[in-house]
Design a protein around this ligand. Structure first.
Ligand SMILES: NC(=O)C1=CN([C@@H]2O[C@H](COP(=O)(O)OP(=O)(O)OC[C@H]3O[C@@H](n4cnc5c(N)ncnc54)[C@H](O)[C@@H]3O)[C@@H](O)[C@H]2O)C=CC1
Ligand SMILES: O=C(O)[C@@H]1CCC=N1
Length: 247
């Protein structure tokens, strides 16, 4: 996630590639990043990386956040952004020198590598200007939305875990296609483009799934047979349960 964010920032218009410093204990990952982004500074020292940084993005696994953050001794002049799912502002405040420093919690999804993320942002002790800046940064990597912290877990299930559920749908539909004699690669493209089309219909027209489903569904036709089968087998309920389980 950290690598994707660094790459996205470097490709964007708001931060110059040469202003980005990436720290990782893995020399291999840093080398990989350098291939396409030679101007990014890389280091294996987190403390070197944050010295003089205006914005510090922590993108380690949630169980490493405390030890990594404490070592950095972060304070007010800097803005802290944590990407760790499930780590609250209250927890983060204990890991920094100045608990009142500006902080963001940020949850992208893996499509950030394609500049197509849905990125959720919550803020604490930040100015409007800082919020607009961070929103603009991540709007360049897809779509970003500012939400209250208490909605973060639910929104993470929808947008970040949710991308895995959509991929699971693609995989399941492919299996059906293959059983019906379609080549796997063709099936993958057919389903993936249909999913992209469905999302584009909704996002471009500010419409509603029910309206778009209605347009596909000919009375007495074939679509309604499949839709009803989905209901009989508990599709809607399964999705609701999965989302709630992923909180
Ligand atoms: N994978 C996903 O879809 C999403 C992940 N997140 C959050 O992003 C964070 C990172 O997750 P992933 O990118 O999936 O994990 P990852 O394992 O792919 O990346 C973690 C990186 O941290 C590096 N690392 C390990 N110890 C370190 C240290 N002491 N200092 C600096 N770097 C260190 C590793 O070498 C690795 O490159 C997690 O907190 C997760 O909750 C948030 C939204 C979505
Ligand atoms: O599965 C996880 O914990 C991470 C956080 C959101 C998406 N992936």
């Amino acid at each position: 996630m950290g690598g994707s964010i660094a790459r996205g920032l470097a490709k964007g218009s708001m931060i110059s590639e040469s202003d980005i410093i990436v720290s990782n204990p893995s020399r291999g990952k840093l080398k990989e990043l350098k291939v396409n982004f030679p101007m990014i500074t890389t280091t294996q020292s987190n403390t070197d990386a944050v010295a003089g940084a205006d914005i510090v993005i922590l993108s380690v696994k949630p169980w490493l956040i405390e030890s990594v953050a404490r070592e950095l001794k972060l304070k007010s002049k800097q803005i802290l952004i944590s990407v760790a799912a499930g780590i609250s502002f209250e927890q983060l405040a204990h890991y920094v020198v100045d608990p009142e420093m500006p902080m963001f919690r940020l949850i992208p999804n893996t499509a950030i590598s394609e500049q197509e993320s849905m990125t959720l942002i919550a803020s604490r002790n930040t100015t409007n200007e800082q919020e607009l800046f961070i929103l603009s940064l991540f709007n360049e990597m897809g779509m970003a939305m500012l939400i209250p912290e208490d909605k973060m877990e639910a929104a993470t299930a929808l947008a970040s875990c949710g991308i895995a559920f959509v991929l699971k749908y693609i995989q399941a539909a492919m299996q059906a296609g293959i059983e019906m004699g379609i080549r796997p690669k063709d099936a993958m493209q057919m389903v993936a483009q249909s999913v992209k089309g469905a999302a584009t219909l909704i996002l471009n027209n500010d419409t509603h799934p029910s309206v778009e489903i209605d347009k596909v569904t000919t009375p007495g036709g074939i679509t309604i047979k499949g839709l009803n089968e989905l209901e009989h087998t508990g599709f809607t309920s399964a999705v609701i349960k999965a989302m709630k389980e992923s909180r």
